[in-house]
Design a protein around this ligand. Structure first.
Ligand code: NAD
Ligand code: MG
Length: 362
C-alpha cells in the first residue's frame, strides 16, 4: 500500500493507494477513529453498486458499523440539485448524526455529489472518498465538491476536505476502456505541469497503464495525486497556483460544451486542449518540441489530438468567452514553458486562439 499525505494543517489527510484496499476499509476506519456508534452512508452509482457496494458494506458491517447506502443513476446528470435533495432525504431518514460519515464509492460524479451532501448535512460531517475511476485521482483530492446548476457546471458547491481517500486499484479493472484513457489524460496532465521525469515514465509505461497493470497504475496514481496534493496544499482555495491544474481545460471545456452528448469525454477534450496550449506556447517563443512531445504522448495513449472537423470555430470561441475571463481581445491561459513546467498568461490574444483551433482541426 502506498500512502501520501495532503498537507493542509489541521485539515491534512492521507491518500491510501493499493490493490484490495476495500477489504481493509474497516481497519482504516478504525485507524481514523470513525465512531461505530453513529450510522454511516455510502453513496454510489448504479453501475458501481452491483460491483463493489456489497463488498464495502459487508466489510464495514463486519466491524460493527450500521451502514446505509444510496445509489444514483450513472452519469453527470446526477450532479444536480434534485439528486442532492434525494441523497439528503436518504441521509435524514437513515438518522445520520453529527458524528456520522458519508462515503463516496465511485468516480468524480459520486464524489462531487456525496461530498457536497457531506459538506452541508448538519453544516458539515465527515467525508470519505473511495474513488473507482482513474479520473477520480484528480477529483477525490483537493476538497472541491459541487453539483451543477442548469445554467452552469459545478456552480453550487463548497470546499470540504475528506477524512481520507481509500483508492483500491482492483476496482479499476472493470472500467470501460474509454474511461481508462480519459483518466490517464489527467494523470499525464499532472506530469506536464510539474514533473518531466514522470512524463517520460508515462510514455515508457503506456502499454502497462493501458492494460491496467496494478504496479504501474498504483505508481501513476500516486505520482498524479502527489502533484495535485502539493499544488492544493500551496493554494487550497485557488487564489493563484491552483489554476495551473487547468492546463488544457480552457479549450477542453469549450469542446465539451460544443460537442454533442458523449462525443468527447472530459479526458479526451482536455488532451486536445493540452495540444492546443502547446501550440499557443510557441507564440511566446517556447520550443516547438513541446507541441511534438505532447501530441505524440496523447497519441500513444489512444487519446484524440484533433478537434472533430464539424465543430464550428466560432462556437468553440464563444463557449470559451462564456467560460473564462477575457478583456480587450486577450484571454487567460495555462501555457507550457517546457515539459514539466507551465505558467499562467493573461495576454493570450483571441486571434491566436482562433488560429490554434483551426490548426487543431488538421
Ligand atoms: P463518473 O463518476 O461519471 O464515472 C465515469 C463512468 O464510469 C460512470 O458511468 C460510472 O458509472 C462508471 N464507473 C465508475 N467506476 C467504475 C468502475 N470501477 N467500473 C466500471 N464502471 C465504473 O466520472 P469521472 O470521470 O470519474 O468524474 C467526472 C466528474 O468529476 C465530473 O463531474 C467532473 O466535474 C468531476 N471532477 C471534479 C473535480 C474536483 O476537484 N472535485 C476534479 C475533476 C473532475
Ligand atoms: Mg479536469
Amino acid at each position: 500500500m502506498r500512502q501520501l499525505i495532503v498537507d493542509l494543517g489541521e485539515r491534512s489527510y492521507p491518500i491510501y493507494i493499493g490493490e484490495g484496499l476495500l477489504e481493509q476499509a474497516a481497519q482504516l476506519f478504525g485507524k481514523h477513529a470513525i465512531p461505530v456508534k453513529s450510522p454511516i452512508m455510502i453513496v454510489t452509482d448504479e453501475s458501481i453498486a452491483p460491483l463493489y457496494l456489497g463488498k464495502l458494506q459487508s466489510v464495514l458491517e463486519g466491524a460493527g458499523y450500521t451502514v446505509h447506502s444510496f445509489s444514483v443513476p450513472s452519469g453527470e446528470t446526477s450532479k444536480s440539485l434534485e439528486m442532492y435533495e434525494r441523497v439528503m432525504t436518504a441521509a435524514i431518514q437513515a438518522g445520520l448524526d453529527r458524528h456520522s460519515s458519508i462515503i463516496a464509492l465511485g468516480g468524480g460524479v459520486t464524489g462531487d455529489l456525496a461530498g457536497f451532501v457531506a459538506a452541508t448535512y448538519m453544516r458539515g460531517i465527515r467525508f470519505i472518498q473511495c474513488p473507482t475511476t482513474i479520473l477520480a485521482h484528480d477529483s477525490s483530492v483537493g476538497g472541491k465538491v459541487a453539483v451543477n446548476h442548469k445554467l452552469a457546471k459545478n456552480m453550487i458547491g463548497a470546499f470540504h476536505q475528506p477524512e481520507m481517500v481509500i483508492y483500491d486499484t482492483l476496482t479499476l479493472k472493470t472500467l470501460p476502456m474509454r474511461e481508462v484513457r480519459s483518466g490517464l489524460s489527467e494523470v499525464i496532465k499532472h506530469g506536464l505541469i510539474w514533473d518531466r521525469g514522470f512524463v517520460d515514465w508515462c510514455r515508457e509505461h503506456a502499454e502497462q497503464l493501458l492494460h491496467l497493470d496494478s504496479e504501474a497504475l498504483a505508481y501513476a496514481l500516486y505520482e498524479g495525486c502527489k502533484v495535485k496534493s502539493y499544488v492544493v496544499s500551496q493554494d487550497e482555495r485557488e487564489s493563484g497556483l491552483r489554476a495551473i491544474l487547468n492546463l488544457g481545460h480552457t479549450i477542453g471545456h469549450a469542446l465539451e460544451a460544443v460537442a454533442g452528448y458523449n462525443e468527447l469525454v472530459h479526458g479526451e477534450a482536455i488532451a486536445i486542449g493540452m495540444v492546443g496550449s502547446a501550440l499557443l506556447s510557441q507564440r511566446f517563443g517556447y520550443e516547438s518540441e513541446i507541441h511534438r512531445i505532447t501530441k505524440q504522448l496523447f497519441e500513444r495513449f489512444g487519446l484524440p489530438v484533433q478537434i472533430p472537423a464539424h465543430m464550428e470555430t466560432d462556437a468553440i470561441l464563444e463557449a470559451m468567452m462564456h467560460d473564462k475571463k477575457f478583456k480587450e481581445g486577450q484571454m487567460v491561459f495555462v501555457i507550457p514553458v517546457h515539459i514539466g513546467k507551465v505558467e499562467i498568461r493573461s495576454d493570450v490574444k483571441v486571434e491566436w486562439v482562433r488560429e490554434v483551433i483551426e490548426q487543431l482541426k488538421g
